[in-house]
Design a binder for this molecule. Structure first.
Ligand SMILES: C[S@@+](CC[C@H](N)C(=O)[O-])C[C@H]1O[C@@H](n2cnc3c(N)ncnc32)[C@H](O)[C@@H]1O
Length: 241
């Protein structure tokens, strides 16, 4: 997969692209990330990319012609163009899976007060990473890049993300590692006895419990199998005690 990132601050990606799973995926040629400086597409002598908003108000707005030129020069038919914006569709794991099957993603990072609204005509989708406002689209672009790259074949083991929170529609079960006892807290006995059937049953139930306690909204969208419904009824009784 190729990911092109259009930004006014490409240097912000330096650490991100050179560490951990993202770095390894790039080295293994599973993903290719290209940073494109939007400023290069300004026709102004001083490379201005923004201007004051029509109608007045604070801040500067990224000009439509500059971003459009950057898109035209860097996109082809295979490009899936995403505008990062707090006004976009909220991002979630299902979308990350969907994007991971695209051949090429183009991520457009805004800055300042945002974009000239007319830029929407030239993109495929507008995505928000949450209901808060960041200074620029660089961190959201890193969030999308990271969440998509880890789903690409051979970036990490498939089993590692198949049980991840949201992949199944539930939160992941609790995990433990050595030491067996820490500050009086012991790892659940079922996880150390080597009985895989019991471990699987424990994990299913605790995944349901965590979701019920922390994110009941996820359960509303989740289609429970009859045995899961039974487990959930048990959990509800247990939690009432
Ligand atoms: C300061 S924000 C502009 C916010 C804009 N004035 C508004 O109220 O919708 C500047 C840029 O940061 C990025 N950004 C900020 N928060 C974001 C979020 N939650 N999700 C995605 N992008 C975001 C966008 O690219 C945006 O154009």
């Amino acid at each position: 997969m190729k990911i092109k990132i259009l930004s006014l601050f490409p240097k912000m990606f330096e650490g991100f692209l050179h560490e951990s799973i993202v770095k390894r995926a790039i080295e293994k040629k599973i993903a290719e990330v290209e940073l494109i400086d939007i400023r290069t597409y300004s026709l102004e002598k001083h490379h201005h990319v923004d201007d004051t908003p029509y109608g007045g108000g604070a801040g500067m707005v990224l000009a439509v012609d500059v971003v459009h030129r950057a898109l035209t020069a860097n996109c082809s038919e295979k490009s899936y163009k995403i505008l990062l914006s707090p006004q976009g569709t909220p991002y979630h794991q299902k979308k990350a899976f969907e994007l991971s099957s695209k051949e090429e993603l183009v991520l457009i990072c805004g800055h300042y007060e945002g974009f000239d609204e007319r830029i929407l005509k030239y993109v495929d989708e507008e995505i928000s990473i949450g209901d808060y406002v960041l200074t620029g689209g660089e961190l959201p672009a890193m969030v999308l890049t990271d969440s998509v790259i880890r789903l690409l074949e051979d970036a990490i083991k498939k089993e590692s993300f198949m049980d991840d929170s949201f992949s199944t529609g539930l939160l992941e079960y609790p995990q433990y590692t050595r030491p067996l006892i820490y500050d009086g807290d012991e790892v659940p006995e079922v996880l150390v006895n080597g009985n895989h059937k019991r471990i699987e049953a424990f994990r299913k139930k605790e995944s349901l419990r965590k979701t019920y306690l922390r994110r009941p909204d996820l359960l509303e969208k989740y289609v429970l199998m009859p045995e899961e419904q039974k487990l959930l009824d048990e959990i509800k009784k247990e939690e009432q005690r």
